[in-house]
Design a protein around this ligand. Sequence first.
Ligand SMILES: *Cc1c(COP(=O)(O)O)cnc(C)c1O
Length: 428
Amino acid sequence: MKWVSTRRGSPAVPFIDALFAGTAPDGGLYFPERFEPLPPASLDAIRSADIVGIATIVGEHLLRGEISAADLRPLVEGALDFPIPLVQVTDRAWVLELFHGPTRAFKDVGARVQARLLHHFTDGTPLTILVATSGDTGSAVAQAFHGVPDTRVVVLYPEGQVTDVQEAQMASLGDNITAVAVDGTFDDCQRLVKQAFADDDLRKHVWLTPANSINLGRLLPQVFYYFILARLASAKNGLIVSVPSGNFGNLTAGLVAKRLGLPVGRFVAATNVNDVVPAYLRSGVYEPRPSVRTVANAMDVGAPSNFERMRALYDDDIDRMRQDVMGTAFTDARVVEEIARMYKERGYLLDPHGAIAWLGLEEALAADKDATGVFLATAHPAKFREVVEPAIGETVALPPALAEALARPRHSIQLPASYPALVALVRR
Ligand SMILES: *Cc1c(COP(=O)(O)O)cnc(C)c1O
């Protein structure tokens, strides 16, 4: 399998090149050249397999000739060493809980597989992972790469604008993880990282690799867990899958899974008030804009980076995209109200991101009385207890892994939002 740019302006490359490059030379994002559906026998095997088995089957299908099943299986076994339960919440709705990894957010899935893929494909040349984060990505990436030989992680976050738990998860690891508190906004962090990747002189001295959600190494593993839903494949009228979306990496992976043969009827692109994609599906006009802060802050994205892949998947044909994806958006007030209602009526505790996905699913199921649906829960509610606790009027216990991170000493480097300062730090 070769990997092509969404802009079709640079040559198709093998997986290893796309993995280390991040973006294609023409500025586009890599995605598969062809979508060959999984053979029926593989789909059958997937229905009774666990996540490691599923990941091995789907990964081998996508990376045929580039990594063997014998190498892939232990790799995913090491990465996906936590449960991903599919839990029934109403007579027609299920939740896929993606938040049982070490940082208690779904980004663990992508980051942990990516770390091992990079390590598998390197020859021992020291590698620097440079990443900007508004919170969840940085903690997942730092955790995933902690202790990986010949690899250094530099993670930039806006000082004072990540949660206490998120900062602890990035800044308390030490060793090969450098946490950098930037005196600026998330946009400043992202600008600095972009500038570094465009800096040929710096890249002569340091082998830089990105780890953001546009990277194939993170996108690919997200395709795996969608196939857990194959167990519900006998659903009448096809399954509806609601995905809480920010940069749309998660949803894009779902669309890829559908192309590979996962029987999903439609996806719901559920967002907070940063609703550029739902607005596009409604009006046909794509208008990125500055992001607005919400209670579901991992989805505060005004210019979703994976939208380019979604468009390319449908050859820029909005009517085709509309057949597969419906969009919907919710205000903070709705989200908080729903966290309270769901807890009171069904005893199920949602985090703000999962609540948005659930609201999106509920809306879709109300419009289609025969359908069955699944929503993806992307963060442990304790990770957002600042929002969840006042909503339900109770305290939420921290999972031990998060409590331990909070108790460890932190070492962040303070950095002004200036490029020369970053260069000095990365070259050190
Ligand atoms: C990153 C994140 C999202 C958004 O995922 P995208 O792939 O960027 O759309 C949703 N929920 C949580 C908790 C996240 O950390």
